[in-house]
Design a protein. Structure first.
Length: 272
């Protein structure tokens, strides 16, 4: 069942509460607010606590070596895909990864880097003859559905990569990974699929699609981490211990995925 615009807005807003940057800003604001109050021994103690929490949160979520460990714990769940000698798949299902909207500077809507990368991975699987059709899954992820369906933009990219229009099916109603699974089932039924998405997104996506009755072979497309978690400390330099914006983004992706898995598991939509 699709979320109404109101509940989808609540869903989108609630995700901001999970983001490490939100925690860091909140902790910093509390530090500032308490520091602006008249000085007392108790308030001075709280200023120190909030300031310490702000720095600690920054180090835990924006340090490259730590963010790599977080994301690799998700990415190692499924090994890299190796094509079987006798493929028996009904379709390649590619999950959308976002779209850039047209505006006063960008002349046209276009798929994001993640969507392009996933489409390229899926197109390669089809070109290898592993499945007869390609499903592009992803609708308009704006709150009021005022943007383009992500899968429609991915289709244009797939056509440029050599996938013929006759084998492409577009699922353009879903806005979440759960809806991806439900809407794809409406197109295919309980099929045997190659599921293409980012490696860190596979644990959530596979559980949701299997819950819908699919036989899933996961295909990780794009890895944030280079090594398994136990090898994360190898060949590190000083720069891997200096906080960066990129590391903060990777930590955010990991936290978002774990939270999504927990919510879907609690609501009975995801299976381990």
């Amino acid at each position: 069942m699709d979320l109404t615009p109101m509940w989808f807005a609540v869903y989108k807003t609630s995700k901001w509460l999970l983001y490490p940057l939100s925690w860091i800003v909140l902790s910093g604001l509390l530090t500032l607010v308490v520091a602006c109050l008249p000085v007392t021994p108790t308030r001075t103690t709280w200023v120190r606590r909030f300031a310490f929490s702000t720095i600690l949160l920054l180090l835990l979520t924006a340090t490259p070596v730590l963010s790599t460990i977080y994301i690799s714990l998700l990415e190692e769940r499924y090994p890299p895909f190796t094509a079987p000698p006798a493929p028996k798949f009904d379709a390649v299902v590619i999950l959308a990864g976002g779209v850039f909207h047209k505006g006063s500077l960008r002349p046209a809507d276009e798929p994001s880097e993640d969507s392009r990368h996933r489409t390229a991975c899926g197109a390669e699987l089809w070109l290898q003859g592993l499945a007869p059709k390609v499903i592009l899954a992803g609708g308009d992820a704006t709150v009021r559905r005022t943007g383009p369906p992500e899968s429609r933009e991915m289709k244009r990219w797939a056509l440029r990569l050599g996938v013929p229009e006759s084998v492409i099916q577009v699922e353009e109603h879903s806005r979440t990974t759960y809806e991806n699974a439900v809407q794809t089932k409406a197109l295919l039924g309980p099929a045997r699929i190659l599921l293409v998405t980012a490696a860190y997104h596979l644990p959530r996506a596979v559980g949701l699609f299997e819950k819908q009755g699919f036989t899933v072979t996961p295909v990780g497309c794009g890895y944030e981490a280079t090594h398994h978690p136990q090898q994360a400390w190898e060949q590190k330099t000083l720069f891997d211990f200096i906080p960066t914006v990129r590391a903060l983004l990777v930590s955010t992706e990991a936290i978002d995925e774990v939270a999504g898995i927990l919510v879907y598991w609690i609501t009975g939509k995801w299976q381990p």
